[in-house]
Write a protein that binds this ligand. Structure first.
Ligand SMILES: [Zn+2]
Ligand SMILES: [Zn+2]
Length: 128
């Protein structure tokens, strides 16, 4: 598959046997399905292995928002992360695939982890 944001190729990657995604060999953007993305968020250090791109390249390409689904379903839509409103990514409404620019998965995962810690702290605060 061709990368929707640059001239690179999306190469298949597998992580821990059951997580399957594609990464662009030029801009290192990630093409991932929601179920794999959920699993990736729960994998310790998945971002260090998978999100290897340069975040400055990613933030430049984040400006490119008129892209088509690499699987050929037509235009993708810009979606805001439900929990972190500063993170925007493109999603295909047909196959629900998501394109994350380099650095975005790390951002997504790190904040998710912090949110979890925060809710843990809130949850254990004694009532007074
Ligand atoms: Zn690319
Ligand atoms: Zn699609």
């Amino acid at each position: 598959m061709e990368c929707p944001k640059c001239t690179g190729t999306l190469c298949k990657k597998t992580y821990k046997d059951d997580i399957c995604l594609h990464r662009c060999d030029v801009c290192a953007g990630l093409w991932v399905k929601p179920d794999a993305l959920e699993k990736m968020k729960n994998e310790w250090m998945a971002e260090a292995v998978l999100d290897v791109g340069d975040p400055s390249v990613g933030s430049e390409l984040n400006e490119v928002d008129d892209i088509n689904c690499p699987e050929g379903h037509g235009k993708m839509f810009k979606t805001e992360d439900l929990r972190q409103h500063h993170i925007w990514f493109e999603q295909c409404l047909t196959c629900h695939g998501v394109f994350l620019d380099a650095g975005e998965f790390t951002d997504l995962k790190y904040e998710t982890f912090l949110d979890r810690v925060r809710s843990l702290i809130t949850g254990h605060r004694p009532a007074d």
